[in-house]
Design a protein around this ligand. Structure first.
Ligand SMILES: [Zn+2]
Length: 269
């Protein structure tokens, strides 16, 4: 599943390819991808809109258009491809944006879980889906007191995945962050000391920055965009590992909140 670093990589790749292009029309081949507004309105409103910038908030890609934000969540398998107009439609290409230079941006999603919203630009941050998001990892307001207010007695691993607290930490990165912070994934979130919360904040930033630098993590069929493969999977310390790189203890594999979790029982007591 694409996580924050992968979405950041997709954003940067797309910026090189579609910035300043004007949308002539959108064709929707799988209606459920369009979460808001109704497909007919979506197609009408997006006509003649230019892509002025591409931003990211959490795992949402934001196409900054003239009057709207086009929000796109890739969920499990979403990908974008650039094609020439008239090039045969591939099986899983569900949304196609035709540009005025006869190129097309095609949204490809084998699982069809991805979602798109077209929202008024001036209300975008106060309306769904952006309004419920927690802080970005690099937000200055991210502090031990903020986390103390948000964390409850559930395992810290689950709470790092909660997008309403900090956005953009997925399963792989949560394991890496807790390993670097020497915190057991079962530890209750509301029992952490200030020093441990500071470690989490620091290591969240370090881990995600490194992952972005390496172009994200390529897992299974996921690639950020055509021809882009992340290399962070070669940098993982604990997730999917057998032996701890620090103390050589056997890595424990468990399930927390339904997600496969890896940790070192000695380093993360
Ligand atoms: Zn260890």
């Amino acid at each position: 599943m694409p996580e924050l670093p992968e979405v950041e990589t997709v954003k940067n790749t797309l910026k090189r390819e579609v910035l300043h292009k004007r949308i002539v029309m959108a064709n929707i081949y799988w209606d459920n991808i369009i979460a808001f507004p109704a497909v007919k309105d979506f197609k009408e409103k997006i006509k003649k809109q230019r892509i002025n910038d591409i931003l990211r908030r959490g795992k949402w890609l934001i196409f900054d258009l003239d009057d709207y934000f086009l929000l796109s969540h890739l969920r499990m398998e979403g990908k974008y491809f650039i094609r020439h107009k008239g090039c045969e439609l591939a099986k899983h290409e569900h949304v196609v944006f035709l540009f005025d230079d006869d190129t097309e941006l095609r949204y490809h999603d084998t699982r069809k879980f991805g979602k798109m919203y077209l929202v008024d630009k001036d209300k975008a941050y106060e309306s769904k889906p952006l309004k419920d998001l927690g802080l970005e990892p690099w937000d200055n307001s991210l502090s031990p007191s903020y986390l103390k207010n948000k964390f409850n007695g559930k395992p810290i691993k689950m709470q790092l995945l909660n997008q309403g607290i900090i956005v953009g930490i997925g399963n792989i990165y949560a394991d890496e962050i807790l390993f670097l912070s020497k915190i057991n994934p079962y530890k209750a979130g509301n029992e952490l000391e200030d020093s441990q919360l500071l470690e989490i904040i620091k290591n969240t930033r370090i881990t995600l920055e490194r992952a972005i630098e390496f172009g994200g993590t390529t897992v299974k069929s996921y690639t950020s965009s055509e021809g882009v493969h992340g290399r962070f999977q070669n940098e993982l310390l604990v997730h999917t590992k057998k032996v701890c790189p620090v103390c050589q203890t056997k890595i424990e594999k468990t399930v927390i909140g339904g997600r496969g979790t890896y940790y070192c029982p000695k380093c993360q007591k």
